[in-house]
Design a binder for this molecule. Structure first.
Ligand SMILES: CC(C)(COP(=O)(O)OP(=O)(O)OC[C@H]1O[C@@H](n2cnc3c(N)ncnc32)[C@H](O)[C@@H]1OP(=O)(O)O)[C@@H](O)C(=O)NCCC(=O)NCCS
Length: 477
């Protein structure tokens, strides 16, 4: 039996964890216990727990205590609510809730507004809440948006989640811009976070439509991307996650998977004009949310099954993430890290890619070792051993965990070691490799050499090892 809620068979090209060899989604399998109150069975639970790859499970579970009690704001585009994948999104939200993550939903409605207007034969002045909203447009917007809120609440109850419509957006009119009155187009003035927090504390998912109200009881149409930013800020959310239609998410795919605020601002300045308004709006909102204190904003394709879980519970994720602080770093290792490094390289030692090192050996040269951390998890490592008498350095213990291969981390670490060696006044680097000599040559600029190039002490050790590794060398300019 395939786990329920897992519809994509075969490895999804955009899913960093994908399926195992039996075709089961590794996320659903690892998180199946969380779905127990939705629809999973006990046999499914036990099956999942005992067959999931331990490394994946570890990667997933490390996030669970980190997010427990935290708030995620999920902004769902109206088109995504109507997509086939929406039922899977509801299951993913149920998983988040069962892990004690508080979830608030903001939704868009421009697609539904445009359709209802067409059905009624009423011309509208603007669908997405960014332009002029005249009285007939407001009426259609209210009808379409509230109907959609209701549909979302129906879906949430179908997965046993309690939900409530929250009119938590206090808005004021956008006013007169460029000499034109924007009428019922609104801007968020503040968010009634007390009301939202009351719901969240009671385990109720607030569903927030793209409408705001002023003190006189008037309704304004507000853009849902903006609403999501303000709600995330007001709730001090750990994450704001935009579930966008494929057309928008795809255009964001050409961006790096992770961007800092300054990188996204640079992108918007230089290349923003060539992208659709929907993408730009979300990227601008992402940068704004980060500037306003939301640590991570994710832009995901809402049509991909389990995109939400894949993004939240893996180091790399599958969408575009904007972050407000450094989340990736290369740092020295400390005594407390040695066990982690040994377990990181264990498999590679077993398959003779890396030489066996004992805890004592690492401790003796601890200042030579570096790890690359993603979200504070050691993901790759490298060492630089110095041979000052030969003004040479050995690049050693280069390893990138399987889940993070082919993303440039190996190259990043080689470059890092190269710069470090230069700073230390070394004139060349060498490396010994049984299975990555092509990699070192093709991606690192090393060339093959004879044992004579090794410093005397290292040559002796090399000959005694019997590993018959290839010797590679690189001159440092
Ligand atoms: C070798 C290793 C460090 C590469 O790390 P990585 O982060 O996946 O590599 P990058 O992302 O920088 O580069 C990926 C590219 O290198 C290629 N590549 C990866 N391993 C390779 C190997 N062993 N031989 C030849 N090419 C290799 C990939 O095919 C990819 O090529 P492309 O860019 O043309 O598509 C990693 O696979 C690893 O840890 N291997 C086991 C340990 C090992 O052998 N270490 C070297 C000891 S000196």
């Amino acid at each position: 039996m395939r786990p329920q809620g897992c519809l994509s068979f075969g490895r999804s090209p955009r899913c960093s964890l994908g399926q195992d060899r039996n075709g089961y989604c590794r996320f659903t399998r690892a998180l199946a216990p969380a779905k127990i109150h939705c629809n999973a069975t006990f046999s499914h639970l036990f099956h999942s727990l005992f067959t999931v790859n331990v490394a994946d499970l570890r990667e997933i579970l490390q996030y669970v205590p980190k997010f427990r009690g935290k708030t995620f704001v999920v902004a769902i585009d109206g088109l995504v609510v109507e997509s086939e994948n929406f039922s899977n999104i509801l299951l993913d939200l149920a998983v988040l809730r069962s892990l004690n993550i508080k979830v608030a939903i903001v939704h868009g409605a421009s697609h539904q507004i445009a359709r209802l207007a067409a059905e009624r034969g009423v011309p509208i002045s603007n669908a997405d809440g960014t332009g002029i909203v005249d009285a007939p447009t407001l009426q259609i917007s209210i009808d379409a948006a509230i109907r959609l809120t209701n549909e979302i609440m129906e879906g949430l109850s179908a997965v046993d989640l309690r939900a409530a419509y929250a009119n938590a957006i206090i808005a004021h009119p956008a006013g007169i811009l460029g000499g034109v009155d924007y009428e019922f187009s609104g801007r968020v003035e503040r968010v009634d976070f007390k009301a939202l927090n009351l719901l969240l504390e009671e385990g109720i998912v607030p569903v927030i439509p793209p409408m705001g109200f002023d003190g006189e009881g008037r309704t304004f149409r507000v853009n849902s991307d903006w609403v999501a930013v303000e709600v995330a800020e007001a709730l001090r959310a750990s994450k704001l996650i935009y579930l966008a239609p494929p057309t928008i998410a795809e255009t964001a795919q050409e961006l790096p998977r992770q961007l800092s605020i300054s990188e996204i601002e640079e992108f918007l300045k230089k290349r923003g004009a060539s992208h659709p308004a929907g993408t730009i709006s979300k990227l601008e909102c992402a940068a704004r949310a980060c500037r306003q204190g939301v640590p991570r904003v994710h832009l995901l394709d809402g049509s991909i099954n389990e995109a939400l879980l894949a993004e939240v519970f893996s180091n790399e994720g599958i969408g575009t993430m904007v972050y407000s602080n450094e989340y990736q770093q290369i740092r020295r290792i400390f005594k407390k890290d040695v066990r982690g490094v040994l377990s990181l390289i264990r498999q590679s030692v077993k398959s003779e890619e890396l030489v066996r090192r004992s805890r004592t050996e690492i401790l003796e040269h601890i200042e030579d070792y570096w790890v690359l951390e993603i979200d504070k998890n050691p993901t790759a490592c490298v060492a630089l051993h110095a041979y000052p008498e030969a003004r040479a350095g050995e690049l050693a213990c280069l390893y990138v965990s399987k889940n993070h291969e082919n993303q440039g981390y190996g190259r990043k670490l080689m470059k890092f070691v190269e710069n470090l060696a230069k700073e230390k006044g070394m004139t060349h680097l060498f490396a010994l490799s049984t299975q990555a000599s092509h990699y070192l040559q093709q991606k690192g600029g090393f060339r093959e050499a004879k044992a004579e190039v090794l410093p005397a002490a290292r040559r002796e050790k090399y000959e005694a090892s019997g590993r018959n590794s290839k010797i590679l060398i690189k001159a440092l300019a």
